[in-house]
Design a protein around this ligand. Structure first.
Ligand SMILES: C[S@@+](CC[C@H](N)C(=O)[O-])C[C@H]1O[C@@H](n2cnc3c(N)ncnc32)[C@H](O)[C@@H]1O
Length: 228
């Protein structure tokens, strides 16, 4: 399986090289037909995709997928779409989901900006999740951060009114950058109060990158904004 993307000048990720292991390839062969969605199939029909109408949660950059899988298990009344560019993470998630017979989850192995633009209908999502995105901490790399006005607007358009955008990071400068971008973005209200962060909501499990950050002594910042 190859990561799907269209031509873009600045990317928020580097595709880490290396061949897939036999186990990862097997996971794709077995589970991709059940869980995989393709960027090139265009706009999603959610009812057809999940075979029902249910609240929708979208997560960008789920990494190895453990926390997304835990949420899909914990909230069977909701449908989940994960978007990730890292093939081993997607392979691991679909393998674990397949073994646990999870039915409320689908994934894209693709660039989230392309997927949002081409595949996700307007005003369809109840919750949008972005947990511990790559901080691109060197100043010259800041422009690669996924949280930029164009991305925030893509998210806003795909949330239902009243839907929430939940972000978290363990990098203080990125937390400030997120807060600034969200405060300036039209059509959002900070659920924590103006310029305030929130406690980690119960529905968000501790993620792999968060554990790593905590081990390194980093703080954790959660932001929850509502589409108004
Ligand atoms: C630092 S990791 C965090 C992973 C996970 N959320 C966690 O907390 O453990 C960020 C992830 O975002 C993914 N990513 C970055 N830009 C992306 C994009 N434009 N579309 C989809 N995934 C992206 C990366 O491949 C990486 O796995």
């Amino acid at each position: 399986m190859k990561t799907e993307f269209k031509k873009k000048a600045i990317r928020s990720y580097v595709i880490r090289g290396g061949r897939m292991t036999d186990g990862q390839q097997k996971a794709f062969d077995q589970w991709w037909p059940e869980y995989g969605l393709s960027l090139f199939d265009g706009m999603l029909d959610l009812r057809e995709t999940f075979g029902r109408e249910a609240p929708l949660v979208i997560e960008v950059g789920f990494g190895m997928g453990d926390s997304l899988l835990a949420m899909a298990k914990a909230e069977p009344d909701k449908d989940f779409i994960g978007i990730e560019v890292h093939p081993p993470g997607v392979g691991r998630l679909i393998n674990e989901a397949g073994k646990a017979d999870i039915r409320n989850l689908k994934v894209y192995l693709a660039d989230a900006l392309d997927v949002l633009e081409d595949c996700i209908p307007l005003a369809c999502a109840d919750r949008f999740q972005l947990y511990f995105p790559d901080p691109w901490h060197k100043k010259k790399h800041n422009k690669r951060r996924i949280v930029q006005p164009q991305f925030v607007e893509l998210v806003r358009e795909r949330l239902k009114p009243g839907g929430i955008f939940h972000l978290a990071t363990d990098w203080e400068h990125y937390a400030d950058h997120m807060m600034e971008a969200m405060a300036l973005a039209p059509g959002f209200k900070n659920q924590g109060g103006e310029y305030c962060f929130v406690e980690r909501p119960d529905f968000r499990p501790v993620t792999k990158f968060e554990q790593r950050g905590s081990r390194l002594g980093h703080g954790i910042w959660d932001l929850v904004f509502e589409r108004v």
